[in-house]
Design a protein around this ligand. Sequence first.
Ligand code: GTP
Ligand code: MG
Length: 626
Amino acid sequence: MPRKVNHGLDYDEDYDAYDDYDDYDYDYGADGNDYENDNGMQGDGNSSQQGTKVSRPRIWQCSICTYDNDESSLSCEICGIIRDCSANFDNNDKDKAIDMSKSSEASIMGKSNLTQVPSAPLQTEITSVGFPSKKASKSFGKASRDVEDATKSLASNLDHLKLNNNTMNSKKAPSRTPYKSEKWMFQDQEQGILSQLNLAIVGHVDSGKSTLSGRLLYLLGRISKREMHKYEKGAKEMGKGSFAYAWAMDESYEERERGITMTVAVAYFDSKKYRIVLLDSPGHKDFVPNMISGATQADAAVLVVDASVGSFEAGMDGNGVGQTREHAQLIRSFGVEQIIVAVNKMDMVGYSKERFNFIKLQLSSFLRSRGFKDSSVTWIPISAMENQNLVEAASDVRFSGWYQGLCLLDAIDSLQPPLRDFSKPLILPICDVIKSQSMGQVAACGKLETGAIRHGSKVLVMPSGDLATVRSIERDSSTCSVARAGDNVAVSLQGIDSGLVMPGGVLCHPDFPVRVATRLELKILVLDNAAPILIGSQVEFHIHHAKEAARVVKILSLLDQKTGQVSRMAPRILKAKQSAVIEVALDGAVCVEEYSKCRALGRAFLRSSGSTIAVGVVTRVPEPDL
Ligand code: GTP
Ligand code: MG
């Protein structure tokens, strides 16, 4: 019954882009921190405001994600970065911020400049790309020689902020009249229909995500006894009896044989308050890109942690193999603020209160450091295998003796409803495309970020810029007439060549096209334990929602965070925990928006050698040359 979403990456190991680094790796300062303003603590343009009394609303803009934070927040609500101590502060605030940045609970971004990171040998190689272009790969291969030229031309490009015509394919100019929503777009709210909540199930490999998901679906009647019996029998025959519930989610032979989830499974159930779209993610390190495709659609997440001794610790491993850490970091960078930490396999530790508290203590300080507020994290001990504390209170006395809190289903119902922006023009990032060759039909799948569509709506298909008409909409496997912000849908289109509808693209309002670019300015944070990132190198670039949104990106240069200009004095290497503004050139156009204008299309992250190495936001999309 779950729908599998095939977000697997295409692997292409032909790239040999890193051959020429040696010429380029000249020594720039012992710690790589000589680049001015590289600590991420400088508010953009703040210096000009110093000493001026401001009568604007009391907000400050995060220098990483540009979110407008309330004056009272000392760290960014979105990404957790500590507020700039040098601008717009009175002395008390400054002291508080400095104290915070020194405390263990402070954001790593805030502490980035306080930390000396030992040099590590550069180990970068491209492991996967979405649209491998041999031509592009060759030209990128001479990375180091090109970089000086690129830096020079970039400096002038930035002055003019021009892109060539190819970067903006929309055949329609954006409307100058403000967007007006229509009455039908809001109808369901009035009727009091259950609101949809997209819930990603994430966490380290084997923590029990699929078992938990399958068990929930069974308990809530979405899987029949007969089906369950079939899974039990099949799993036993394969010698994997303990995976019976996971089989409900892991549908492919390979997944079942290997006992791991490889692609995201989508399933549905209703709680008292929500229509839940459950996105069961793979936990294995190799499938993080697939996890990302599902998790970018999430409104909230259940982070499943294995309580067994050694397993929790493995998930917290900081050497790039602990997916409890990586998943938590990633979902936060996608804007997920509310999480439930399901401490699973409590049966393996005798339902020990001490073990639960130990895990809570360890993980909560990590989550805090990644920008999760304590008030947005709910801790629920469970056993998916023994059906303890899932949809009703625990029955095992070893458990109920000390735990009388919420069960998992009630915790899900306690999540705050996500804000839905019906009043903005349509944006539906396409994460998957279904084509029927015989009938010549094409359907785009994804979550509506903003706006609404209905049967007959005209939509602009980006990046091609061609118009199409909505022929039908499918939600939760049944046809519906209208879909609104927050809904996961498959939209069947007519009047368009199916080849123009592609994952990574976007359906948008004909008068309000999203932007398409091959060059971007990003503000990034290099993650803990990431190998150093060399300016001039190529890595894998992911923007938002689909595997094909993965592109080879060449990091052209570091920019001065204040002026946005290329700094000739900038270091050539970015190390773990550093933040920086970079200019990148992609080997193919992507649909993007500046984060300050559209969060869903403004988040990006970089991966290399199978690990996420940096997260960031799009700070500037150069205007096209019209
Ligand atoms: P990936 O998707 O590959 O990351 O794994 P997963 O997190 O989905 O784990 P999965 O549900 O496949 O379960 C992995 C193993 O853990 C299976 O053998 C399950 O039977 C076992 N398991 C899951 N939940 C529990 C639990 O509550 N207690 C015990 N003892 N075992 C569990
Ligand atoms: Mg699984």
